[in-house]
Design a protein around this ligand. Structure first.
Ligand code: ADP
Ligand code: ADP
Length: 223
């Protein structure tokens, strides 16, 4: 089963003047794979990513996450499914500067579950160690470099062991060398853990390192 399966997905914006932005997307995102999403500005990448992340609903069509239809779920069920099965990494890491690296990794899960246990605390530390941040675990996010902060954000996305991580230009705010290091780390984690990644990127060099590239042009998948 693919981790995500889209069939005939359409998305329109507007009430009086309706503009269709995605025109019938059929797409399978393979479990355990690294997939790049590319396309010119305005082609619908952000719109598609919001649908894949269950952050917005399609106007028509089917979206299955790990074999389960999502379009008939209510908002609470979508939120629950998103929290359990998906991870998110953004161009800007959205870390809380006055909290430590480990606290930042733990915060979303703490907020969702309302409690933390020792095992999670240890797991956050181990993940940060895997990210090359063993010495930074208890440092404030504000004291870390841009590349270190983005690695904390990746650890945060992985803490609950999601099947798919959606990464929106995760290296877009980093210099070339640091961006490549962060990308290579995601590639290694993908291979080690079997976590699927969908990475939006403008960098053809990074897309070439993925198993598959999906190109969006004018709201359609370009084959
Ligand atoms: P990107 O840099 O990812 O291409 P955009 O500049 O296209 O982003 O859009 C940034 C955000 O603004 C997106 O989340 C999108 O949903 C929203 N947006 C884009 N175009 C419009 C619009 N015409 N009306 C309202 N919101 C828009
Ligand atoms: P990309 O991320 O590839 O730049 P987007 O998904 O941001 O593309 O935008 C695709 C098209 O949809 C653009 O024409 C944009 O203006 C439009 N759009 C995006 N979000 C909205 C929105 N919330 N309301 C109206 N139009 C939007």
């Amino acid at each position: 089963t693919p981790v995500l399966r889209l069939r005939g997905v359409r998305k329109s914006y507007g009430d009086t003047v309706v503009t269709e932005v995605l025109h019938g997307i059929d797409l399978d995102i393979a479990a355990g794979a690294m997939t790049a999403l590319v396309g010119p500005s305005g082609s619908g990448k952000s719109t598609l990513l919001n649908l894949l992340g269950l952050l917005d609903r399609p106007t028509a069509g089917s979206i299955q996450l790990q074999g389960r239809e999502t379009t008939d779920l209510d908002d609470a069920a979508l939120t629950e499914l998103r929290g359990r099965s998906l991870g998110f990494v953004f161009q800007f890491h959205h870390l809380l500067p006055a909290f430590t690296a480990r606290e930042n990794v733990l915060l979303p899960l703490h907020a969702r579950r309302g409690r933390l246990d020792r095992a999670l605390w240890d797991r956050a530390g181990a993940l940060l160690g895997r990210m090359g941040l063993r010495g930074e675990i208890d440092r404030l996010a504000s004291q870390l470099s841009g590349g270190q902060q983005q690695r904390v954000a990746i650890a945060r996305a992985l803490l609950h062991d999601p099947g798919l991580v959606l990464a929106d230009e995760p290296t877009g705010n980093l210099d070339t060398v640091t961006g490549r290091e962060v990308f290579d780390l995601m590639r290694d984690l993908n291979r080690e853990r079997g976590t699927a990644f969908l990475v939006v990127t403008h960098d053809p060099g990074l897309a070439a390192l993925c198993e598959r590239t999906i190109e969006l042009v004018d709201g359609r998948v370009h084959l």
